[in-house]
Design a protein around this ligand. Sequence first.
Ligand SMILES: [Fe+2]
Length: 228
Amino acid sequence: MPATGAAIAVLALSMPAMAQESAAFSLPELGYDYDALEPVIDAQTMELHHSKHHQSFVDNLNNAVEDGTIPADANVEDLVASASEYPTGIRNSAGGHWNHTFFWQIIGPVEEAGEPSDDFAAAIDAVYGSMDEFKAAFEEAGAGRFGSGWVWLVVTDAGELEITTTPNQDNPLMDLAEVQGTPVLGNDVWEHAYYLTYNNRRAEYLSNWWDVVNWDEVSDRYAQALAE
Ligand SMILES: [Fe+2]
């Protein structure tokens, strides 16, 4: 019997939802185009970084659900918080998924960068002397992270701001992190984040990167971290 128009409509509507439900983890959409961060971050880097590198972490986690390494109802926050209990592959994939999801949100087009909130700027001044001195310290930490990893500004459990770095896809939310805290700012210093434009000049990438930081988002995250 031929399908009715209504049946076809129902089928068409339900298919994307079914496809989404079948995967426990999914790649988040960016809130901007791949070329929106040029010239600081080139479009090809953004596309590869999001659609290939980040996607691979999502795929690895979904494969781990399929083979039973992690439960189907696992969420990335819990996996990260208990990273020490999982094999390295899960730690890397969960960290990679969390870190990149965070990263896409705290950067954005230059014209939407906003400003640090008064509270956040005052906290930075109190700890580092000025925003410029904070930036210099953050860049130095990022440049000094040997190999691949991340540089972070976190709010510690004591409510203090602290700069730290992590290797690979680790992050300060992990139970095994040397310095633990809630990230409010973080930069990816893997070569895949900058090599096409900056080659081996990581320090130049770190210095230019401030132009695409979304200070409204960072300030919101700072306020939320203090409230936790
Ligand atoms: Fe990355």
